[in-house]
Ligand binder design. Structure first.
Ligand code: GLA
Length: 334
C-alpha cells in the first residue's frame, strides 16, 4: 500500500467515524418534534410534487416535520441520508432513482438508526428480490397495465380501427420492475383483445419523463412510416406524452393516435384542457395524494408505535379521459 492510499483509507475511516458520531450526537433530543425525510427520484414531476405535498400536509395535522429532498442519483441519496441523520430525522420515505441501490440505502439508514419505507419503486436486494425490512407502497402495476390495454382496445373499437392496420408503441423501462409489470399488463390485454403481436414495437427509454418518451418514440415511428395509426403506452403519462409529441412532430394526425398513460397528475390535466383533443386519449389515474399521505403515515406510525407497516401495499386506478377528468380528480383528491 502506498502512503497516498494509506492516507486515503485513513481519511475514509475518519470520515466513517465522524458520520457515526454525527448520527449518535444529533439524535433527536427528547421532546423535539418527530422529523422524517421524503426523498424522490424526480422532484420536478407533478406526481412526486403531489406526494411530498400530501406528506407535509399530514405532518402539519399530525405533528411531524417532513424534509423533502430531490435525489436523482445514488450519490444524492446517500448525501440526503447523511443530512437527515445529522438533523435527527428518525426515518424516511423514498422513491429511489435506481431500485438496485437497495442494500446501500438500507445500510446507510441503519447507521443512523432510521426506519425506511419505499413508495412507487420498490428497492431490491442483490438477487433482484424485494429488499427485506423495507415496507413498500405502490400501484398494482400489472392490473393498472391491464386497464391501460383495455382502454386502448375499447377506443380502437369505438373508432372502428382494424388491428392489422395499427402499430403499438410500447415505451419500456424494463430494469424497473413496476414499469415492466405495467407495460406487460397492457400488452397482455391488447393481445387478448386481438391486437397483432407483430405490430407491437418496443422503444426503450433512458429516463422516465417526457424527454425520455420522445427520444425513445421518434426513431421507432420513423422506422415504421408505413403504419398510419398508432397506440402508445408506457409506465407513466409523462412518457406517453413524449411519445404523442413525437407523433405530432412527424405530422401524424391526432385522430390516428391513441395514447394512454398512468398517474393522473399535472401534465395530463393540462393536456385535457387543450382546446383540440390531442393523441393523448387518457390516463389511468392513481392518487398521488394518498400515496404520499399513506406512506408517510405508515412510517410515522412505525416510529411512534413500533408497528411495522405491511410489506407490500398495492393501490388501484381509474381511467381518466377528457370527458371525466375533473370528476375523477376530485374523487381521488389529487
Ligand atoms: C414510477 C414512475 C412515476 C409514477 C410512479 C407511481 O416511479 O416513474 O412516474 O408512475 O411510479 O407509482
Amino acid at each position: 500500500m502506498t502512503t497516498r492510499t494509506r492516507r486515503g483509507s485513513l481519511c475514509a475511516l475518519l470520515a466513517a467515524i465522524g458520520l457515526a458520531w454525527l448520527g449518535a450526537s444529533h439524535a433527536a433530543p427528547a421532546g423535539a418534534p418527530l422529523k422524517i425525510g421524503f426523498l424522490v427520484k424526480m422532484p420536478e414531476q407533478a406526481w412526486f410534487i403531489n406526494e411530498q405535498k400530501a406528506a407535509a400536509e399530514l405532518g402539519r395535522k399530525d405533528g411531524f416535520a417532513v424534509v423533502s429532498i430531490g435525489t436523482p442519483d445514488g450519490e444524492k441519496v446517500l448525501a440526503a441520508i447523511d443530512n437527515l441523520g445529522a438533523q435527527g430525522a428518525q426515518g424516511f420515505v423514498i422513491c429511489p432513482p435506481d431500485v438496485r441501490l437497495g442494500p446501500a440505502i438500507r445500510a446507510r439508514a441503519r447507521q443512523y438508526n432510521m426506519k425506511v419505507v419505499t413508495v412507487d419503486d420498490q428497492l431490491v436486494d442483490g438477487s433482484g428480490k424485494p429488499l427485506a425490512g423495507v415496507p413498500h407502497l405502490g400501484m398494482s402495476a400489472a392490473r393498472i397495465g391491464n386497464q391501460v390495454g383495455q382502454a386502448i382496445a375499447d377506443e380502437m373499437k369505438r373508432r372502428g380501427w382494424k388491428p392489422e392496420e395499427v402499430g403499438a408503441l410500447r415505451i419500456t423501462s424494463d430494469q424497473l420492475p413496476t414499469a415492466k409489470q405495467r407495460t406487460d399488463g397492457a400488452t397482455q390485454t391488447l393481445l387478448a383483445n386481438g391486437f397483432k403481436p407483430d405490430n407491437i414495437f418496443s422503444a426503450p427509454q433512458r429516463t422516465t419523463d417526457d424527454e425520455g418518451g420522445f427520444n425513445a418514440a421518434s426513431p421507432v415511428l420513423t422506422r415504421h412510416a408505413n403504419i398510419k395509426r398508432w397506440v402508445i403506452y408506457a409506465l407513466n403519462e409523462e412518457t406517453v406524452l413524449g411519445g404523442v409529441r413525437a407523433t405530432e412532430q412527424l405530422r401524424i394526425p391526432a385522430a390516428n393516435v391513441i395514447g394512454v398513460g398512468i398517474n393522473g397528475a399535472g401534465e395530463a390535466f393540462a393536456e385535457f384542457q387543450k382546446q383540440q383533443p390531442t393523441g393523448f386519449y387518457g390516463t389511468v389515474a392513481v392518487s398521488s395524494t394518498s400515496h404520499g399521505r399513506q406512506s408517510a403515515h405508515n412510517l410515522v406510525n412505525w416510529i411512534r408505535s413500533g408497528q411495522e407497516p405491511p410489506a407490500d401495499t398495492q393501490t388501484t386506478g381509474t381511467l381518466m379521459t377528457r370527458s371525466n377528468w375533473q370528476a375523477v380528480r376530485a374523487e381521488l383528491g389529487i
